[in-house]
Design a protein around this ligand. Structure first.
Ligand code: SAH
Ligand code: SF4
Length: 343
């Protein structure tokens, strides 16, 4: 008989198992706590359960079947895991810590590979392999917690894959992060390349989480060149969908804007971006391009980045620059490919 995997089960689902074993609902609570808060890897570690009960449980269940295939630690403390699922497919997940904050942020993947194929991103180069189930998504957070013994406080869907093309699983994963992991919806951010037709659905299910749009260019002309998805969902259409988002969720969105030297970082781009975002309630997060071997884009100089930032700030927006994390282990934005590559 195949054993039930406990990781990814809700409390009421664990209660069904304890009922089956004729144990009290309180046992289910204890198991739930061992899985999501203390994050053990094995039933034998659930030491407040009697030895006999643990043995009974072990006969029919196991904590997880997800493995760490590879782990890399960056000089800045960022950790990148290559997580392997039972079918042998792998994705990357990244743990980021920032010195001055107590937050531990997990950057999770929503798909194996990605069909969107943005020209600047390593994930897209692999094509689309498959969606992750919601259990596989939360297993990434559990992998981090089990390995480090720490509790993740924030989750960003900014790893591999386009979350809105796997929305059902992403919604269920967020629900589990809220209820079982006790990670508040406001500590969860989902980043999308702009799947206009799914934005309202996302808002209905997650009106407390943050939506981030990878805009990356101020005109359709430039955006078409770097993000083929723009031909399907051009800028105006995503903007229209965002109006719906504001109606439903009433929350400010984050605009992610990639700075590629001489392509998206020009003075003209900055001015056009100001114009484009005039009527959009948003904060702007500038992402200096991180090098990926498959293309020869360049990152702008710090001076150019600051100039760009200043122009946007002058228009009244709140602008931040994304700190580069884990570039020495290819864990920075856009560098995740989900397999081991020889360089
Ligand atoms: N698929 C989603 C989320 C994952 S990527 C999306 O595209 O929004 C997280 C962010 O990293 C996105 O804004 C993405 O465009 C950006 N990114 C991709 N490749 C990059 C690179 N080489 N350098 C910097 N950022 C990159
Ligand atoms: Fe997919 Fe996002 Fe990479 Fe584009 S940037 S290819 S949408 S993962």
């Amino acid at each position: 008989m195949e054993k039930t995997v406990l990781a990814g089960l809700r409390l009421d689902e664990i209660e069904k198992i304890t009922d089956e074993l004729k144990a009290s609902k309180f046992r289910a609570k204890q198991i739930h706590n061992w899985i999501y808060v203390k994050s053990v890897a094995d039933i034998s570690q659930m030491t407040d359960l009697s030895l006999k009960f643990r043995e009974q449980l072990e006969e029919i269940a196991t904590v997880t079947e997800t493995k760490i295939k590879k782990k890399q630690v960056s000089s800045d403390g960022t950790i990148k895991y290559l997580v392997e699922y039972p079918d042998g497919e792998c994705v990357e997940t990244v743990l980021m810590r920032f010195d001055n904050r107590a937050n531990l942020t997990a950057c999770v993947s929503s798909q194996v590979g990605c069909a969107v194929n943005c020209s600047f991103c390593a994930t897209g180069k692999r094509g689309f392999i498959r969606n992750l189930t919601y259990k596989e998504i939360v297993e990434q957070v559990l992998t981090i917690q089990r390995d480090t013994g720490l509790k993740v406080t924030n989750v960003v869907f900014m790893g591999q894959g386009e979350p809105l093309l796997n929305l059902e699983n992403v919604n269920k994963a967020i629900e589990l992060l809220n209820t079982s992991f006790q990670i508040g919806a406001r500590r969860i951010t989902v980043s999308t390349s702009g799947i206009a037709t799914k934005i309202a659905d996302f808002a209905k299910a997650n009106n407390q989480s943050t939506l981030a749009w990878s805009l990356h260019a101020p005109t359709n002309e430039i955006r078409n060149k770097i993000m083929p998805i723009n031909k399907k969902y051009p800028i105006e259409e995503v903007k229209k969908a965002l109006n719906k988002y504001f109606e439903i969720a009433g929350r400010r969105i984050t605009i992610e804007y990639l700075l590629i030297k001489d392509l998206t970082d020009t003075l003209e781009c900055a001015k056009k971006l100001v114009e484009l975002l005039k009527d959009v309630k948003c904060n702007i997060n500038l992402i200096p391009y991180n090098p990926v071997v498959e293309n020869d884009y360049k990152k702008p100089s710090n001076n150019e980045i600051m100039k760009f930032k200043y122009i946007l700030e002058h228009s009244g927006k709140k602008v931040t620059i994304r700190l580069e994390r884990g570039a020495d282990i290819d864990a920075a934005c856009g560098q995740l490919r989900g397999k081991v590559v020889e360089k």
